[in-house]
Design a protein around this ligand. Structure first.
Ligand code: HEC
Length: 152
């Protein structure tokens, strides 16, 4: 098939849900899905590091470096999806505190960003002990926010 036609079809297909809303206000259900997707990927790339830190799978410095770099980007992604417009959405586990205690929610994001910064630095140092400590800090940051801002 002609590539231009294919591309035009793709843009049209995505347009209703994504492309058009990028120019206006994204639909609340789309924002929820996107932020949950970012969280899901955070878990995907963090879990192996947590298992390594616990000695449940063999330590692999290459995977640590790669996943730390992925997490450095991924952990910037969910936050702009927690818009006020998503408050009443059914498919979310975000607690109301996300929208009322915004300073604390922001602080919990910063805690994660700082911990991931530490993980990136540790992964570059090649110091396995430092990596394991940093993985523990990231784990705490995930758990701290979930305890306060996510329904069980
Ligand atoms: C600043 C707060 C915060 C931090 C930090 C945080 N999360 Fe979350 N997470 C949430 C909230 C709120 C939800 C619920 C989102 C929703 O359902 O709309 C969530 C949901 C999730 C989900 C479920 C996604 C789904 O499809 O329902 C996973 C998995 C997850 N987080 C993993 C992580 C991991 C791993 C980390 C650490 C690397 C992390 N989160 C750090 C607030 C946070």
């Amino acid at each position: 098939m002609n590539r231009k036609v294919l591309l035009a079809g793709l843009v049209l297909a995505l347009g209703a849900g994504y492309a058009l809303t990028a120019f206006s206000q994204a639909k609340p259900e789309v924002l929820v899905k996107q932020r949950q997707s970012a969280m899901t990927l955070q878990l995907k790339y963090f879990l192996p590091l947590a298992l390594m830190a616990q000695g449940k799978i063999p330590y692999d410095a290459n995977v640590v470096t790669r996943n730390a770099a992925y997490l450095d980007t991924l952990t910037q992604m969910p936050w702009d999806g927690f818009a006020e417009s998503t408050k009443g959405e059914k498919a979310t586990k975000a607690l109301p505190a996300v929208y009322t205690d915004t300073a604390k929610f922001k602080q919990a994001q910063d805690q994660l960003r700082t911990a991931v910064g530490g993980l990136v630095a540790a992964s570059k140092s090649g110091n396995e002990g430092a990596v394991k400590t940093a993985v523990g800090d990231v784990n705490k940051a995930c758990g701290n926010c979930h305890d306060n801002f996510r329904a069980q």
